[in-house]
Design a protein. Structure first.
Length: 150
């Protein structure tokens, strides 16, 4: 079988940041790397679950919501994937920065966190999600679209 693109990235050299992972026609997959692979502790399950709910809520309500395809955690729990259609890297980076600001400042009930709305509604951790978002903002703030390459 052919190796998939994400397995061809040298994870021993991968730093925290945002990267263009792949482009499939008009859909771009972004690698939002929040932890240094195989060096740092992975994201807590409750934190990454809450990050997913809050980031998706923000992105699907922003100005570019019609170009948002998907946001979700990586199986390795070192980050998330964000898929968009027909958006520039500059716009996507701004959406990512704004989403993490939204998460860092979020107060209240986590959207979609009831038994009716979520298949694992008990496993959320807003405090840790906010802390991870704050850490990520330190990484994201100086980034430009020119930094988005492996």
């Amino acid at each position: 079988m052919e190796r998939i693109a994400s397995f061809c990235v040298d994870h021993t050299k991968l730093e925290k940041g945002v990267y263009v992972s792949r482009i499939d026609g008009d859909i771009t997959t972004y690698d939002i790397r929040m932890k240094k692979p195989n060096v740092e502790e992975v994201l807590d399950n409750g934190a990454i679950h809450t990050l997913e709910h809050l980031f998706a809520t923000y992105a699907r309500n922003c100005e570019y919501k019609d170009s948002v395809i998907y946001f979700g955690p990586m199986g390795c729990r070192t980050g998330c994937y964000f898929l968009t259609r027909n958006l520039s890297n500059k716009i996507v980076l701004q959406i990512i920065k704004d989403a993490f600001k939204f998460i860092a400042q979020f107060e209240g009930e986590i959207p979609g966190s009831t038994a009716v709305e979520c298949g694992n509604y008990r496993d959320h951790n807003l405090a840790l999600a906010k802390a991870e978002a704050e850490k990520m903002l330190q990484i994201l703030t100086p980034l430009t679209e020119n930094d988005m390459h492996y």
